[in-house]
Design a binder for this molecule. Sequence first.
Ligand code: C5P
Length: 317
Amino acid sequence: MTRNYSLSPEPLRVLAPAKINLHLEILGSRSDGFHELAMVMQSIDLKDEIEFRHIDGNQIILRCDDNTLSVGSDNLIIKAAKLMQREERLDGNGIEIYLKKRIPIGAGLAGGSSDAAAVLIGLNSFWDLHLQNNVLLDYAAILGSDVPFCVKGGTQLCFGRGEKLEPLDVDNSSMAIVLVKDPNVSVSTPLAYKTYKELNGSNYINSEAGFELRRQELRNASWLKFDRDTHFPLRNDLQKVVSPITPAVQNALNVLSELPEALSVAMSGSGPSCFALFSNLERARAARQDHLKSFSEFGLKSWCCSLRVDGAKIESD
Ligand code: C5P
């Protein structure tokens, strides 16, 4: 049986913000082949834009202003739209999706995951489905480990393989980052995790009680209060294996470490993008402006972004 939905006559635009990892800790292995993680993820103000238009038939067509990105069935946008079409048993709901790609691809910034999250949120509204948040989060977890975070966004503790979210009630929206990435370098996420396991697997925690102990330590970490003048011990376990074999990451971390008033520097996700954290946007802007020459000497593209309190979001006028 197919399901009724109403057609939205107007195109709909959704913003899909990138994320960084303020903490990425690998706790152990899981029986599903993934890693058990303890993370703090943070949405940032660097966003893709996605527009939806109805077309006749059932087809889902993706167009993108960046022709280096696949617009085929391997793109998470298509996967997300097809998942909703199939699970909600829709018919005659063809759609054309326009993606303005602003988040660098293969960067450890969850660009693809955030696009998928934006599709779930956008189509829920565009197709008038009224799906509850928990249903969207279940769909998100099918699409990828980072997609649930991208649906909710803001500042969240992320456990399990990344899909178990615990929001952190903090106000860090005045903070900002300088983000850098070599546009010619990308990192394979599965390879980064595999290498980490080869080198560190013998030290993995191997009980649920052990995992929970680490989760609790992170929940209680004083730096997660984001008070002024706090020391920010950013941690990314994948950085330990990606940095030594990726000169672009070493260069990025070295240049960022020189920025005046940076609170801390780290790689995001499986890299290669890296960031320096600042107490406010003015300081981040000034530091970036002063170091534009150094960034370009190392072939690094740079951005200045504030921290966001939300994830993928329908654009309101
Ligand atoms: O879930 P996602 O598609 O983002 O994961 C990409 C790859 O990263 C997985 O195929 C796996 O190799 C690795 N991964 C992992 N443990 C996680 C998340 C990702 O091993 N918790």
